[in-house]
Design a protein around this ligand. Sequence first.
Ligand SMILES: [Zn+2]
Length: 208
Amino acid sequence: MTIELKFKAQQIRKDMTNNHLKNTHSAKAEFYLKLLTGLRKKRRKAALLSFLKQPFTIKIITCIIIAASTILSEAQEPVDTITMKPLELRELTPEETAVIKYKGTEGPFSGIYYMHSASGTYTCKQCGAPLYRSKDKFDAQCGWPSFDDEIEGAVKRVTDADGRRTEIVCKKCGAHLGHVFVGEGFTPKNTRHCVNSISLLFIPDETE
Ligand SMILES: [Zn+2]
């Protein structure tokens, strides 16, 4: 196991100890579930190998928890995380789903808004919430649309599973947008929201 994997495992074990769940089968199954779903591809392999060495009971309980959580998450109605009211979400294409729901990344220089410079507002593809203004867009020559500011309160920051990068999601519906980087010095605001075009829908200003 890598040092980071050991660190992650220690953290999860610590959480489990705090919850007095340390020695139960279901807690151990939860532990492996967190490892298998929370890590990046390379480290997931190490976690999977370790999981396969576990007793049959642990494997079965882990599978039951995965099945139950999948059924529950699909049964849940989407909710506006700000107002907690039911949300009407746009139906996504498989390509949009891969990025917006499963946190994929579109190819560099491929998105429709990379070189887009019209005046208007970039909204969330899934729920329509306004996220970015064209005045905050700049050319970072990185292959993805870049903004040095968001519409206040529209974007939520989440630390990636690897603890290195900061993911950005739509605060209203949780759609994956991309990542945010600070301290690169591109603009006076020293911030770059690196956003997948496919997560956005541009609405031009009415005057145009
Ligand atoms: Zn949204």
